[in-house]
Write a protein that binds this ligand. Structure first.
Ligand code: ADP
Ligand code: MG
Length: 641
């Protein structure tokens, strides 16, 4: 073994750099954070070759006093803390005093800075680990940190740098985080001398969200705010229909710092429980402000993870704030309390919808049949399905397409119950009996809602949303096994489309074929659909095609094969499903509800709209003043009856 020795300083710094400086984006993060800590109101980030060649951050902040400029590049040198107890209440983004020294050990650095009371700026450069003596120079108040030739002295690291587009992606992520956390700071970014972002100061986080995630997403977000019990929480959250495939659109900021926290991530996900399709992830931009002494930021070199002293309180606070907003007026899939008047501020379409549901429920409760005991309890969950029906019998049965079937609903009952082969669904689910003779299990109201009794309340189903959901699941399940079975038309159905749309048809021809849609350009600006999936016979082929193309043409990046198939399944299911206003036959109602009870269907349709509302018995008891939680009656008051 070699003797123990103290390592040279540059090597020490290179080792330290290994922890925090992984790629150009890490440098960008450190330099932007230094500018914020210096109270900058304007920050310019200039990049060449995705930061591999040059990263320069210039700010109009406090600047560094001339005598201290060389110190800024020394390791363990910081102006942000002085003693151990300062670690207990960190209010700055940096405090380790290592970033500039680390960067200077793996790249060529020039730091120029001037304070407001200095007559000129001071510049120091470090190249190949050697610092030049500081020299006066001209320059504005503020600081400019220039980093050239990243990893020049660490070829192993340099080799691992990715293509410019990839590195720019990482940089953009860092810029996004900072821009969201500090909307009042003017931020400009150029790459290879071209402007990438020019973000004037704003007091609206939503405006910044719009820049990075699009106007549609930004406008769809709901605001949340809560002050108790752990600290101040403010945020913008996406309603379920805006959910994404990944957690990438979840941003959590703690005291101005972007952090990741598994527990709070879990709280967010919990808040959406039952509202998202399996695997979909909420969109959220959350900002927490807590006492600095309630958090330890000194647990991770890049400070992306922190230790929260009131983790459990924050968990509950976040969960409650998000959940309440999601279940609040207008967005509520589980209505509690359901029957009160629309609250002020509710949007009119929501109010209308709520009113329709209330009316439907009231209607239902007025009907004498409603008192009859239903035979089948249609629970919201698969395990509440009628126990006498073995699940697999209901679940695996493919839809029946009898020629006369109106909607091709899964599990549609044959014309006469006696025709039913043993083991078929309609044997399991008691067949339709004429009005008045058999107990009623469910009714259709306003040709739009199906209302049924559940084990502990009332279920109201949006017939379109539910059918759409069923078809979507069905399509996706079948696609796993291969292309959908298609039916060829004798005469093709044609649609006139734009050139861009036709190009998109060509581009996605394979995916369309997988779904059973055979579409071919025919003459100028016309597409002919030659075959269409039998499963979706109710859908208008050109409508499905148009809906799909509308989506395909708005994409910025090429979609994955999976995204294309899912989208096709969405639009096809939507077009093929029964609509609001369609009167349904008893068998169709039963088939829909049986499928719901049997299947493990998510609570929302593929567009994210709820498929069902559940009024629990306790909700109803509250509404009718039967609950024990009601405030005690004043004994002085006369009885109301
Ligand atoms: P830290 O940010 O953890 O203190 P750094 O190595 O990033 O460590 O910076 C060292 C010091 O240099 C800072 O504490 C600060 O005093 C000074 N400094 C760095 N960048 C700037 C800047 N843009 N404006 C003003 N001072 C700066
Ligand atoms: Mg720093």
């Amino acid at each position: 073994m070699s003797p123990i020795r103290i390592l040279p300083e540059q090597l020490v710094n290179q080792i330290a750099a290994g922890e925090v400086i992984e790629r150009p984006a890490s440098v960008v993060k450190e330099l932007l954070e230094n500018a914020i800590d210096a109270q900058a109101t304007r920050i310019l980030l200039e990049l060449q070759e995705a930061g591999k060649k040059l990263i320069r951050v210039s700010d109009d902040g406090t600047g560094i006093p001339a005598a201290e400029v060389p110190l800024a590049l020394a390791s363990h040198a910081t102006s942000k803390i002085a003693a151990a107890e300062d670690l207990e209440g960190i209010t700055s983004l940096g405090f380790r005093g290592e970033a500039l020294a680390s960067i200077a050990s793996v790249a060529d650095v020039r730091l120029t800075s001037r304070t407001a009371d200095a007559l000129e700026a001071v510049e120091v450069s470090v190249s190949a680990g050697k610092a030049e003596p500081p020299r006066p120079t001209s320059g504005p108040v503020g600081t400019s940190a220039e980093v050239r030739n990243l990893f020049r002295y660490v070829p192993a690291r340099r080799k691992f740098l990715k293509a410019d587009a990839t590195e720019m992606g990482h940089i953009t992520e860092q810029v996004t985080r900072l821009a969201l956390a500090y909307p009042s700071v003017h931020l400009a970014v150029t790459h290879n001398s071209r402007t990438v972002y020019e973000l004037p100061p704003t007091d609206s986080v939503r405006a910044r969200v719009a820049v990075f995630f699009g106007e549609d997403l930004a406008q769809g977000l709901l605001e949340i705010a809560s002050e108790e019990p752990a600290g101040k929480l403010w945020g913008l959250i996406g309603p379920p229909q805006l959910a994404r495939a990944t957690t990438q659109t979840q941003y959590l900021f703690l005291n101005g710092r972007y952090i990741r926290d598994r527990s709070l991530g879990h709280a967010l996900r919990e808040a959406y429980r039952g509202l998202l399709e399996g695997g979909r992830q909420p969109v959220a931009f959350l900002f927490l402000t807590i006492q600095p002494d309630r958090v330890d930021v000194n647990v991770h070199p890049t400070k992306i993870e922190v230790r929260l002293r009131d983790g459990h309180l924050l968990y509950g606070q976040l969960l409650a704030a998000v959940r309440e907003r999601l279940l609040g007026p207008g967005i509520t899939p589980h209505v509690a309390p359901p029957l009160d008047l629309p609250q002020a501020g509710t949007q009119s379409s929501d109010a209308e919808r709520n009113a329709r549901v209330r009316e439907a429920v009231a209607d239902f409760l007025r009907r004498p049949q409603a008192q009859a005991q239903p035979r089948l309890s249609l629970g919201g969950r698969a395990d509440e399905a009628r126990p006498s029906v073995p699940r697999e019998h209901v679940d695996v049965r493919p839809p029946v397409y009898s020629p006369g079937a109106k909607y091709g609903l899964p599990g549609e009952a044959p014309a006469s119950p006696t025709d039913t082969p043993p083991g078929e669904l309609s044997q399991q689910v008691p067949a339709y009996a004429p009005e008045g003779e058999a107990p009623l299990r469910a009714v259709q109201l306003h040709n739009t809602y199906l209302v049924a009794e559940t084990a502990d309340g009332i279920l109201i189903v949006d017939q379109h949303a539910l059918h759409e959901r069923i078809l979507f699941e069905e399509i996706m399940a079948r696609l796993e096994a291969g292309p959908l079975e298609a039916q060829r038309f004798l005469l093709p159905v044609t649609a006139s489309l734009t050139d861009r749309e036709i190009a998109a048809v060509e581009e996605h021809r394979e995916a369309l074929a997988h779904l059973g849609i055979e579409a071919q350009p025919m003459g100028p600006r016309t597409v002919a659909v030659h075959a269409f999936p039998t499963l979706l016979s109710r859908a208008e082929p050109t409508a499905v095609l148009r809906d799909f193309l509308a989506w395909a043409l708005t994409l910025d990046a090429p979609p994955t094969a999976r995204q294309v198939l899912e989208k096709l399944a969405h639009v096809a299911a939507c077009r093929a499903a029964v609509k609001a206003g369609d009167p349904l036959k008893r068998e169709e109602i039963e088939a829909l509800l049986a499928r719901r009870a049997a299947g493990d269907l998510a609570a929302t349709c593929p567009h994210g709209r709820p498929t069902a509302l559940v009024l629990s018995k306790s909700d109803l008891e509250k509404q009718f003043g039967r609950d024990y939680a009601a405030p005690p009656r004043n004994p002085e008051e006369p009885l109301p009856f």
